[in-house]
Write a protein that binds this ligand. Structure first.
Ligand code: COA
Length: 334
């Protein structure tokens, strides 16, 4: 069998829209309180896209930063992959809008995946497959979601959690340019929980009608308690797979980057895998749940703060609509 190619993250970037919505702003919109939101979720504020700013716009901002970080331009991109659950429109792919807005060459393949908040890790594995096979030299992988567009702003159980943002990676098999080496990924999905976190309206099962609009079917619906339980089970399981397959334990890992959905989930996961909170990156207080973008945003912010040093093992871990879950193992280069 041919030897596997090493896969590198060459650049990383993220973007949060300017507008900030605080807990006290939400107190004026629904029956909630800053105290309830902070105690149950750890969230203090979140960023919300401007009117007219759609997912591909968020994605393009993050992509520009990742390309600059990789010292590349749009002309160097061979394939665009986008993970999102709030595409600009049901079709064509949001990746095609990114291609158009970023000015990437017209023969560049573009595709989107909808795996909820596990988007960034799924994209890393898909990119690794394309690079491994030699289909392309550089993959622009973007996770972006404008959740505010599908948030029911009258539903206090969900609107306090959700936010907008984007993150992007440039992946390559060219060793000399790596910021981090991708050592392993573990992907999973459990469709038995598909209805626990979904947007029922707008697809073939419930097309848009006056009734579907009146019934508020075009907003994100969530069974919070069930999602909470499964998040712990599945994220814990994903990390354990990464540990087992690579013969490592929590003590070998410098940093964990969990999906930023709820500070209580982040702390419970750290406890389950026996890792102190100093090793866990959390940005949830200022970002809220930015869906597929959350891991990349947390990763990028830790990177800019200079928290990683050469040789550090880093484990991102996520769960999301599907219900999907995923984890990865990276070695920081610099
Ligand atoms: N403000 C004030 N009260 C609220 C509220 C809000 N924003 N949202 C819900 N409540 C109320 C409920 O109505 C309920 O009232 P009741 O007891 O009178 O019925 C009470 O608070 C407790 O609700 P419950 O759903 O049990 O709270 P919880 O401790 O489970 O926390 C979540 C709710 C949503 C924060 C929690 O379940 C969660 O984080 N789930 C996972 C969500 C997630 O991560 N989703 C993203 C996946 S990618």
């Amino acid at each position: 069998m041919a030897e596997r190619k090493c896969i590198y993250v060459r650049g990383i970037g993220s973007y949060l829209p300017d507008k900030i919505l605080t807990n006290s702003d939400l107190e004026k919109m629904v029956d909630t309180s800053d105290e309830w939101i902070v105690t149950r979720t750890g969230i203090r504020e979140r960023h919300i896209a401007a009117e007219g700013q759609v997912t591909s716009d968020l994605a393009v901002e993050a992509a520009k930063k990742a390309l600059a970080d990789a010292d590349l331009g749009p002309e160097d991109v061979d394939i665009i992959l986008v993970a999102t659950v709030v595409p600009d429109m049901p079709f064509p792919s949001t990746a095609c809008f990114v291609q158009q807005k970023l000015g990437v060459k017209s023969n560049c393949p573009c595709a989107s995946v909808e795996v909820g908040c596990s988007g960034m890790i799924y994209l890393m594995e898909l990119a690794a497959g394309l690079l491994e096979r030699g289909t392309c030299r550089r993959v622009l992988a973007i996770a972006a979601d404008k959740l505010s567009a599908v948030t029911d702003w009258t539903d206090r159980s969900t609107c306090v959690l959700l936010a907008d943002g984007a993150a992007a990676l440039v992946l390559t098999a060219e060793e000399s340019h790596g910021r981090a080496e991708l050592l392993d990924t573990f992907l999973a999905a459990d469709g038995s929980g598909a209805e626990f976190l979904c947007m029922p309206g707008g697809g073939g099962r419930c097309p848009a009608t006056e009734r579907s609009v009146a019934e508020r079917q075009h907003f994100l619906k969530m069974n919070g308690r069930e999602v909470f339980k499964r998040a712990l089970r599945d994220m814990g399981g994903a990390v354990e797979q990464i540990f087992r397959r690579n013969a490592i334990g929590g003590e070998d890992v410098a940093y964990f980057i969990p999906h930023q959905a709820n500070q209580r989930i982040i702390e419970a996961i750290a406890e389950r895998i026996c890792v102190p909170m100093e090793k866990v990156i959390s940005t949830i207080a200022r970002t809220g749940n930015t869906s597929s973008a959350s891991i990349g945003i947390a990763w990028d912010s830790a990177c800019r703060e200079g928290r990683f040093k050469a040789g550090d093992l880093i484990v991102p871990v996520s769960f999301g609509a599907g219900l999907t879950s995923a984890a990865a193992l990276l070695r920081w280069i610099g």
